[in-house]
Design a protein around this ligand. Structure first.
Ligand code: BMA
Length: 321
């Protein structure tokens, strides 16, 4: 009842990223991609890190979801200059714009990213037609948070998003957290907290948690893949993937959850790299329908490369219950 790597080697590595001197040359890594499949094309929005440890977002497309070609240029984000904190209007300096998650909702393509700023982490919502230019819609709030994923349908007439406020810090790492919450909005600009959805399980595989790709609508409920972090090892945090099943009408209600992880770092390129022992699920597409539907999960491995794993939807639903 777990994911199978398909293929069992990285789908994209730094060698696949085009050189665009002088700013982009011989990049260090490509990982944590958002994903969407529309009109027979799978698009990945990839997080690319340069050797200056700067973050670039770059789209790659594929007809079969396996062989990807990078766009001629990285994506351009419009609206990052003059950014202000919604609470007090203080200006925000953005250092990194990263970990994009893609959702098609109400006839538009949206991307949610984490912004690493001088005042902590914020979630930004972007709208795009083609992943080459992304227009800022707004920030979800003025508090430290990450792993924002927009649902693909309105719920109760409102946009709905899962997010993971950052309430703790691991040794040497950025702020993180152990609780996923639901927030909703009528206009994608003003957001309301609807309460907790699920939390981390101290001592076990998912002590810290955060959303993976946006939830998938199934007849049983919203199937949602998340990452769990085991922090109780001496020298390394282990990032794995699991799933929860949420009520279709009220996603704060958890109907099921996998007992164990359904993908964990095992292969060389998952256990070693920039950050060892990381599988970070961030993109999801489906192929087939009904009983035959298959999940294609795109994930960052060791913050260095991109992998893909597949599983029948029915198997992962069964693992939740
Ligand atoms: C998380 C995020 C991810 C990253 C992961 C493992 O806190 O920063 O972007 O992939 O850590 O380093």
């Amino acid at each position: 009842m777990s994911f199978n790597r398909s293929p069992a080697k990285p789908l994209l590595t730094r060698q696949d990223v085009p050189d665009l001197p002088p700013a982009l040359r011989d990049v260090s890594s490509v990982f944590n991609p958002g994903a969407i499949r529309l009109d027979g094309t799978t698009t990945l929005l990839c997080r690319v890190q340069t050797r200056g440890r700067r973050t670039v977002t770059w789209a790659a497309t594929s007809s079969d979801g396996l062989a990807f070609e990078f766009a001629p240029q990285p994506a351009e984000f419009l609206g990052l200059d003059d950014l202000v904190d919604p609470r007090d209007g203080a200006s925000l300096t953005v250092f990194h714009n990263y970990d994009p998650r893609i959702t098609y909702c109400e006839g538009h393509l949206y991307v949610v990213t984490a912004l690493d700023t001088n005042r902590g982490c914020r979630l930004a919502i972007w709208r795009t037609d083609d992943f080459s230019r992304l227009h800022l819609v707004g920030l979800t709030g003025d508090y430290d948070t990450r792993n924002g994923v927009l649902f693909p349908q309105l719920i109760g007439g409102r946009f709905a998003m899962l997010e993971r406020p950052n309430t703790t810090r691991t040794t040497g790492g950025p702020t993180t957290g152990n609780g996923v919450r639901l927030i909703t909005s009528a206009d994608l600009t003003n957001w309301r907290d609807e309460g907790p959805v699920f939390g981390g399980q101290p001592h076990y595989w998912d002590e810290l948690v955060g959303s993976g790709p946006p939830p998938l609508a199934t007849e049983a409920g919203w199937l949602h893949i998340y990452h769990g972090v085991a922090t109780h090892f001496q020298s390394a945090n282990i990032y794995q993937a699991g799933a929860v099943l949420l009520d279709r009408d009220d996603p704060t209600v958890v109907l099921g959850r996998t007992r164990e992880n359904i993908l964990e770092p095992r292969l060389d390129w998952e256990v070693s790299g920039q950050v060892p022992n990381v599988v970070f699920p961030s993109g999801l597409t489906t192929t087939g329908a009904g009983d035959k539907a298959v999940l294609n999960l795109y994930y960052g491995a060791a913050d260095t490369v991109i992998g893909r794993a597949t599983a029948p939807v029915a198997n992962i639903l069964a693992a939740c219950l």
